[in-house]
Design a protein around this ligand. Structure first.
Ligand code: NAD
Length: 260
């Protein structure tokens, strides 16, 4: 699947990793739909993409809202006639020990990461199946799809669950030439991570510098953050892969944190 003229629906693409992927795919000639709850930032990404001369639109979508997801995908299909690639990326984090975690916070994290992945997958799959041109779904997992850390129970649970969703979609999608894979980044310096550094420092009773060195990057091979560009390159590789030999898999990009 060459990315040129492919129609890509990317959630959470107004910031961080999603934004970097949107820019990288647009650079490769794809049409990109920026789906996010932040309308202003999403539109700013569209403006940035216009420099590549390919099409870009933004749609306001809360991925945990069934109707909003349906409308967002329908708006893209109306604009470009279909959808070839879904990148289910929108996400938030919540730092709290399990014994202190409010049920509503558990539900919110699960809803955005897992319900959001399901709802966007279902909406896009229906079009991919009827288009009969195949398709590709990439889920933004995490090293936390494979390993756990303290204070992140709903995030870790949802990221693990994405592996199950991906594998099921890979099996069901095969006869329609739809592939599904999970990207599993280590720590990437985005607003999501910047917010949790002081929160973790407070909860663990250590300095912010210690959070970075002794918690986040401790198990990398070189003490470095993964970049948004690193993750975008992996997304291009997975989306561009030419056959169903690569489906149902999850790939870590983390400077060596959690080798398997
Ligand atoms: P970010 O905060 O920079 O961007 C997240 C985007 O998601 C924002 O634009 C936000 O508006 C949007 N969003 C939040 N809730 C939404 C909702 N309900 N509906 C639609 N959009 C919503 O964060 P990021 O670090 O770029 O994270 C992107 C994804 O990467 C997340 O799934 C995250 O779990 C995953 N991830 C991040 C890291 C990291 O270290 N930053 C590591 C592994 C995985």
């Amino acid at each position: 699947m060459s990315l040129k003229s492919k129609r890509v629906f990317i959630t959470g693409a107004a910031s961080g990793i999603g934004k970097a992927i949107a820019l990288r795919f647009a650079e490769a000639g794809a049409y990109v739909c920026i789906a996010d709850i932040d309308e202003v930032k999403a539109q700013a990404v569209v403006t940035e993409i216009e420099q590549y001369g390919t099409g870009a639109i933004s749609v306001v979508v809360d991925v945990a809202d069934e109707k909003a997801v349906e409308h967002g995908v329908a708006a893209m299909v109306e604009k470009w006639g279909g959808v070839d690639i879904l990148i289910s990326n929108a996400g938030v984090q919540h730092i709290k020990a399990v014994n202190e975690l409010a049920y509503k916070d558990w539900q919110k994290i699960i809803a955005i990461h897992l319900d959001g992945a399901f709802l966007t997958t279902r909406a896009c799959l229906r079009h991919m199946y009827s288009q009969k041109e195949g398709g590709c779904i990439l889920y933004m997992g995490s090293v936390h799809s494979k390993a756990a850390s303290a204070l992140k129970a709903p995030y870790v649970a949802a990221k693990h669950a994405l592996l199950g969703l991906c594998r099921t979609v890979a099996i069901e999608g095969a006869e329609h030439n739809v592939r599904a894979n999970v990207i599993c980044p280590g720590f990437v310096r985005t607003p999501l991570v910047d917010k949790q550094i002081p929160e973790q420092a407070l909860d663990l009773g250590i300095t912010e510098d210690e959070v970075i060195k002794s918690v986040m990057l401790k198990e990398t091979v070189d003490g470095e953050f993964t970049t948004t560009e690193d993750v975008a390159e992996l997304a291009v590789f997975l989306a561009d892969f030419p056959s169903k030999a690569l489906t149902g898999q999850s790939m870590i990009v983390s400077h060596g944190w959690h080798m398997e």
